[in-house]
Design a binder for this molecule. Structure first.
Ligand code: G1P
Ligand code: ZN
Length: 538
């Protein structure tokens, strides 16, 4: 039976860089989750009888919210819900399932790389029929709804059994529970040279994939160990856990330390990779080398045609503004489009839909292509394996060869986590106030707050990060995170270009030391935040 429940608005239900993210305890408040889901439905038009995909990364509370969302979809008039077994779908797999089934859209339950568990984070975001995160005008409309909502619709019914693959109905709406991996694995087989990768793995080449006790464990096990024949045990931390084993499921040098020590240390396998909580991020390491995400994007763009799905070449490459300019150099050489967008995958959607860009990436361990409308961790790993199989070189040789050809964009990101919000805001306004004065000092030729005009729909986005651009192309960028759930996180991105191959072997922290110091001084980071050093360096 459909029922209408009275409710009152909650403050602060504004979607951030990637959906609404809050502590689990916030989502657990009576009506909080329902209010947000109803607000999503309230801004959508014409979904009666259509299909909605619902799935999440398996974090704590995923199982409850899937049931809430199914009931509300039924009450609001959707014709069908598709979800993965156990309510699970990695974010890129959800994007694919939306596209494959021509669904109206999807609700993805995830807080990505944020910690999980009863005291951890949870998140909800809406993706449209193209499989991509809703654009800003939609997320802002959702936010507006959350401020005035007074009722939501649900049905009184028992939980749907999501443990078994198959179909059932609830209040006249059908619910189809699918294998969360199968369609995605088929898509990957259509893009990459599986026989060549299989042959590489049979030839003594070894790899390790860290599922970080999150959603990609089953995907990695089925694809790497199953379809590609990698040795049993190739996938570590392969069983998804609601609290990710107490770890922070963020594939970087800090949180995937065990894998990095093993592979970068040089005594482990030839190739290492990891993905995050919901499967859209990737970390790539090789014997003795860490591949920065910005370099990985550039190398993928330069080599994509080695993979069957991209053999006709790529139309363009897009990167988020703070991502290093390495990919631009590849685009220039290939004479293809290149785009610089604000942070967040949603800004790539229009470029991909319009066929202007094929490969996209962010410095924050995100890479992907037009095969879905999300970044895709396992896709990036397969792309690297395909490149390695085709070029028959080590990861280190491929990276160093790339630098020799294009020059090296030395790059680092310094994060100051859980800074007091007032201090972080003061720091950013302090920078904004000095912009015009900074031009001309320290060889700075441009200082601005990044704004973007979408070349497809003309939408304008402002306040996307302070950029200091130097005469030689070096850059310092400051922005505040839009995904954190406590205090503020200041991100400082530092980049410098070195053309001379004889100078490509430095530690980025050393090569960038002068710029790092300048970045701290100009923004008065220690004075304003009390932090002498960042909490995370990537
Ligand atoms: C972070 C990353 C950004 C990414 C987002 C979602 O957002 O910096 O590139 O798109 O997570 O994975 P931020 O916390 O910086 O707003
Ligand atoms: Zn993620």
């Amino acid at each position: 039976m459909i029922k209408t429940v009275e409710t009152k608005p909650f403050d602060g239900q504004r979607p951030g860089t990637s959906g609404l993210r809050k502590k689990v305890t916030v989502f657990q408040q009576a009506h909080y989750t329902e209010n947000f889901i109803q607000s999503i439905f309230n801004v959508l038009d014409g979904f009666k009888g259509k299909t909605l995909v619902i799935g999440g990364d398996g974090r704590f509370y995923n199982d409850r919210v899937v049931q809430i969302a199914i009931r509300m979809a039924a009450a609001n008039g959707f014709g069908k819900v598709i979800t993965g077994q156990g309510g699970l779908l990695s974010t890129p797999a959800a994007s694919h399932v939306i596209r494959l089934n021509k669904a109206f859209g999807g609700i993805i339950l995830s807080a990505s790389h944020n910690p999980g568990g009863p005291d951890g984070d949870f998140g909800i975001k809406y993706n449209g029929g193209n499989g991509g995160p809703a654009p800003e005008k939609v997320t802002e409309a959702i936010f507006a709804q959350t401020k005035t909502i007074s009722t939501y619709k649900t049905v009184e019914a028992a939980d749907i059994d999501l443990g078994k693959i198959g179909s059932s109905t609830i209040e006249g709406m059908s619910v189809e529970v699918i294998d969360p991996v199968a369609d995605y694995a088929t898509l990957m087989q259509s893009l990459f040279d599986f026989p060549a990768i299989k042959a590489l793995l049979a030839s003594g080449f070894t790899m390790k994939f860290d599922g970080m006790s999150a959603i990609t464990g089953p995907y990695g096990t089925r694809i790497f160990e199953g379809l590609l024949g990698a040795a049993k045990g190739t996938v570590m931390n392969g069983v998804p856990l609601p609290d990710f084993g107490g770890h922070h499921p963020d594939p970087n040098l800090v949180h995937a330390k065990e894998l990095c020590d093993l592979v970068i240390g040089g005594k482990g396998p030839d190739f290492g990779a990891a993905s995050d909580g919901d499967g859209d991020r990737n970390l790539i390491v090789g014997k003795g080398i860490y591949v920065t995400p910005s370099d990985s994007l550039a190398i993928i763009a330069a080599n994509a045609q080695l993979a069957p799905g991209y053999k006709g070449g790529i139309a363009g490459v897009a990167r988020s503004m703070p991502t290093s300019c390495a990919a631009d150099r590849v685009a220039a050489k290939l004479k293809i489009n290149h785009f610089e967008t604000p942070t967040g995958w949603k800004f790539f959607g229009n470029l991909l839909d319009a066929g202007k860009a094929t490969i996209c990436g962010e410095e924050s361990f995100g890479t992907g292509s037009n095969h879905v409308r999300e970044k895709d961790g396992v896709w990036a790993v397969l792309m690297w394996l395909n490149i390695l199989a085709a070029r028959k070189q080590s990861v280190a040789d491929i990276v160093k060869g790339h630098w020799a050809e294009y020059g090296r964009n030395y790059y680092t990101r310094h994060d100051y986590e859980e800074v007091a919000s007032d201090a972080a805001n003061a720091l950013m306004s302090g920078l904004r106030a000095q912009l015009s004065k900074l031009v001309g000092q320290h060889n700075i030729v441009k200082a601005d707050d990044f704004a973007y005009d979408d070349p497809v729909d003309g939408s304008h986005t402002e306040g996307q990060g302070i950029r200091l651009i130097f005469a030689n192309g070096a850059r310092i960028i400051y922005r505040l995170s839009g995904t954190g759930t406590s205090g503020a996180t200041l991100r400082v991105y530092i980049e410098d270009y070195e053309a001379d191959a004889k100078k490509h072997d430095a530690d980025p922290q050393v090569a960038l030391a002068a710029l790092i110091k300048l970045a701290r001084d100009v923004a008065q980071i220690e004075k304003l935040t009390g932090r002498a050093e960042p909490t995370v360096i990537t």
